[in-house]
Design a protein around this ligand. Structure first.
Ligand code: HEM
Length: 504
């Protein structure tokens, strides 16, 4: 009987009718997949089954491509990345509506698989949600204040780091070099000072390893296949990522255990000590207020490195590149610095109100090339309506800060780099935008927790570098592009620079 069935099937399989039926079934399944989208989603491109619009975006900078798609489909559009539904917000109105007016619904996070598989979520400020996230965020913002962020004490530490960075630039003797590693080391050291209580020499083996590890893990980034097919994580393809994670864990644990062994609550050294204090105080109140143990600090410190190194380093890389592209801007900054600060002392945080042109350049760079161009992915906690569209529960919501910063409804000639847009007519005062289409640090409950520190670093590193050097691109190199590369943050493509000392 069974051989009869098999025989009949093989005859059928040979027939062209069956082949046509198979093709029809596959087409039907594909069409069904395409049409399975819930009702009234924001409009957007129709992607392919399983991969969605991933191929359309491959190799193109996402922030740019999303800005183009917004011109085609509207300020709020949807698309599939792999099998995940993504809604992208591209203007001030939709961003305000989601992150301010409907903050309860849109303040959660969509955690990429590459992150979820590597890290415990407990203690995460970047990817945590609900009460544990509120507790760790409240702690972090308070701890930063406690450690001097916004005050002169941290400004002095940043300044020391800026001076060391300049000395390292000077060692190149005006010859071409790629400044990225040195700049990353300098901003990393600001996080080290705050978290570990000390800085590292740039060639210290542990420091080099911590930085390399972060850089390599970030390279797996948002576009990594594992985000769409999580099982790949356990295959040889992702062996390197698993090993990097082990290495990171060992390094961070070593710092935390060393702190635990020498902890003295009467002599607080840094963020880790403050975390231990908070855990101990929790015994006096309810555990729900701070539901962590001492070792959970490892996760927070990791997030601060992740959120605070690449972003700040890339903003400084944009400064250096911009100086080479716009020598007239560099000249005006030099002139202002020479007039206000001179060359006898390092610029200080207190000089900021007297350096309006330098400040306007920094504000314009944060608009023109915002390194956090797509923020950190948010998610819809419930099914909800947004600007008349249906947003299903758990949809990934991306905030296109770059598009808001280039929206012609708010910015005149948004594609032009023009610091004067942030200056009064006489050039003597900084004029900040009064509209909501300027949000380099995000807005709402998930606004950058390190904004104040980032602004201090951005200002102090920039003015110290500009006081000491003139930046040019080596004549033999092709002119670097201002377009930028988007991985997790928006950064300039690699370039070399000559840093010529200005004062003997
Ligand atoms: C110029 C430098 C920086 C820029 C442009 C920047 C920008 C941003 C943006 C756009 C977000 C996402 C907001 C959202 O998801 O809606 C963010 C989040 C965050 N940033 Fe920054 N950032 C910078 C530097 C820093 C530094 C130095 C630190 C800390 C040391 C830091 C800590 C964080 C943290 C912890 C979050 C997550 C907040 C949360 O989810 O509650 N950032 N940042």
């Amino acid at each position: 009987m069974s051989s009869l069935v098999l025989h009949s099937l093989s005859v059928l399989a040979d027939s062209s009718d069956v082949r046509a039926l198979l093709v029809f079934t596959v087409v039907l399944l594909a069409v069904r997949w395409l049409l399975r989208t819930p009702d009234n989603l924001p409009p957007g491109p129709v992607g392919w089954p399983v991969i969605g619009s991933a191929l359309q975006l491959k190799g193109k900078p996402c922030h740019q491509e999303f800005t183009n798609l917004a011109r085609q489909y509207g300020k709020i559009f949807s698309l599939y990345l792999g099998t995940s539904l993504v809604v992208v917000l591209n203007d001030a109105a939709s961003i305000q509506e989601a992150l301010i007016k409907q903050a309860d619904r849109f303040s959660g996070r969509k955690v990429p698989e590459s992150v979820r598989l590597c890290f415990p979520m407990k203690g995460s400020i970047l990817f945590g949600t609900g009460e544990p996230w509120q507790a760790v965020r409240r702690f972090t913002v308070g701890a930063m204040r406690n450690l001097g962020v916004g005050k002169n004490s941290i400004a002095l530490r940043i300044n020391e780091e800026a001076r060391i960075l300049c000395d390292s630039f000077e060692e190149h003797g005006g010859k071409p070099f790629n400044p990225l590693t040195l700049v990353s080391s300098a901003v990393s050291n600001v996080i080290c000072q705050m978290s570990f209580g000390h800085r590292y020499d740039y060639d210290n083996a542990t420091f080099v390893r911590i930085q390399d590890n972060l850089r390599k893990r970030m390279a797996f980034g948002r576009t990594s296949l594992v985000n769409y097919l999580p099982l790949l994580f356990y295959t040889p393809l992702y062996k390197e990522l698993r090993e990097l994670d082990e290495e990171r864990r060992r390094d961070m644990q070593a710092v935390v255990y060393e702190h635990l062994a020498t902890f003295d609550p009467k002599h607080i050294r840094d963020m880790i000590d403050l975390f231990f204090c908070e855990v101990q105080q929790r015994d006096g109140c309810t555990k729900a207020k701070f539901p962590f143990t001492e070792t959970d600090v490892e996760r927070l410190i990791h997030d601060l490195f992740g959120a605070g190194t690449d972003t700040s380093a890339n903003m400084l890389m944009w400064v250096i590149l911009t100086m080479t592209k716009y020598p007239e801007v560099q000249e005006k900054m030099h002139e202002e610095l020479d007039r206000v600060v001179g060359c006898g002392r390092q610029p200080a945080w207190a000089d900021r109100p007297n350096l309006p042109y330098c400040e306007a350049v920094l504000l314009e760079l944060l608009r023109y090339r915002p390194t956090g161009a797509l923020a950190v992915p948010h998610t819809a906690a419930h099914r909800t309506d947004l600007m008349g569209f249906n947003i299903p529960k758990d949809t990934m919501v991306l905030v296109n800060i770059f598009a808001a910063h280039h929206d012609p409804a708010y910015w005149e000639n948004p594609g032009q780099f023009r610091p004067e847009r942030f200056l009064s007519a006489d050039g003597k005062e900084v004029v900040k935008p009064t509209h909501s289409s300027y949000l380099p640090f995000g807005i709402g409950r998930r606004v950058c927790a390190g904004e104040q520190l980032a602004r201090m670093e951005f200002f102090l590193f920039t003015v110290t570098l500009l006081q000491r050097f003139t930046f040019t691109v080596p004549e033999t190199d092709p002119p670097p592009s201002m377009d930028g590369v988007f991985e997790i943050t928006l950064s300039p493509a690699p370039f070399r620079v000559c840093a010529t000392p200005r004062h003997a």
